[in-house]
Design a protein around this ligand. Structure first.
Ligand code: PNS
Length: 160
């Protein structure tokens, strides 16, 4: 079975993430969308909420599984028999960091990374910019799956 992982923070998942997940799902037998937990980062959404949103937006894809992991991505791959990491590349500015991670991950474990170019109209899109625009009342409805958009508006309204 050809199995891949699409790792990320997904805080929250955007249309750009979903595009990469859908395209990975068409290339592999099974794709695990893994929410990676980094203790040093602060997140808007709990891991359980990020996973719930990912499950909702990937319901139409039968070969997707959603999971979470605390630790090195390559350890997750080894434990779960995953040989390939799939990452989206939005712009040249992503490349330096992603190349370093891909080379490091390969050196650590033999797990390879495949890059998918993001669609050009998603090249500026990130969870961070979406959160910032939405925090100040800007419209981000066209950048997110509908269910994620609803949850984002609800979550921001809970904050002081
Ligand atoms: O959505 P993000 O925040 O850009 O995702 C980054 C992520 C989670 C894919 C990356 O930080 C990661 O792989 N973290 C797991 C820890 C790890 O394996 N780091 C690489 C070696 S230092």
């Amino acid at each position: 079975m050809r199995r891949a992982v699409c790792p990320g923070s997904y805080d929250p998942a955007t249309n750009g993430h979903l595009d990469i997940i859908e395209r990975a799902a068409s290339q592999f037998d099974e794709v695990v969308v893994a929410v990676l937990i980094n203790k040093t980062k602060s997140y808007l959404f709990e891991v359980s909420d990020r996973m719930a949103m990912l499950k909702e937006i990937t319901e139409h894809l039968p070969n997707i599984r959603v999971d979470s992991w605390h630790g090195l991505l390559v350890d997750y791959c080894t434990v779960n028999g995953i040989a390939t990491i799939v990452k989206g590349l939005r712009a040249v500015s992503d490349f330096d960091y992603e190349l370093q991670m891909a080379q490091l991950n390969y050196q650590l474990s033999g797990v390879d990374t495949m890059f998918l170019p993001s669609k050009p109209h998603y090249s500026y899109l990130s969870s961070s910019v979406v959160k910032e625009v939405a925090t100040y009342g800007g419209n981000v409805g066209h950048l997110l799956p509908a269910t994620v958009h609803q949850r984002l508006i609800a979550r921001l309204s809970e904050r002081p």
